[in-house]
Write a new protein. Sequence first.
Length: 100
Amino acid sequence: MRSKMEIIDLSVPTEESPSEALSLKVVHQRHQETAPVLAKFFGCAENDLRNGLGYANDSVEMISHSGTHLDAPWHYAPQSGGRKPGLLIRFLLLGVTATA
């Protein structure tokens, strides 16, 4: 019989902040700025869009160490436990932890 897995949310906000050791960049785009892109996507003129406006949007540029994350053993070294290849993140099972 399988026991019920408890999930604990350890996430932190992803935001521009002095507390982020490795900074990230957030670019806010106004409705007017995205109108040309949206018009091109739909194959229409900008004045065909409602009020000639696109969507508000945010672009986030960050590295994989921003915010809450899990590092695979491979991140630290290409080999672990002697000569075995370090595991990639896709091979780790959520909810399974190892003790040192």
